[in-house]
Design a protein around this ligand. Sequence first.
Ligand code: THU
Length: 136
Amino acid sequence: MEEREIGKLLELAKRALENAYVPYSNFRVGAVLVAKDGRIFTGVNVENASYGLTNCAERTAIFKAVSEGAREFETLVVIADTDKPVSPCGACRQVMAEFGNFRVILANTKGEYLETSVSELLPLSFSGDELKQHEK
Ligand code: THU
């Protein structure tokens, strides 16, 4: 992916950080999801007093997109104010895998990033195909 394009997405993701709702961890995470139809969905982590109900930035962006009718994705950017580019949790990786194998860019607010993919983040993932085989 072109560096200029990545730069724009990182800027958007950085801006989204402002909306993170993080009264418990104070750890802001932002996401930007580019759908194949060109639409862009942002996401932030949304925490809860019942900690386990917290929704990560990545899943927020994916759920927003799916609820607006987008299911095919090109790129997901994840950003946080971390020393190294932030890495998505296991739950988010599984939710990503539900929607195929797309580019994932892990970034930090210093502008460092690395390009990876869903299948690299979650090799040998469990998929709905297993369930379909089971039905037969
Ligand atoms: N968090 C994310 O939003 N994405 C990740 O991939 C890792 C963790 C959030 C959840 C919680 O609000 C905070 O970071 C600390 O775990």
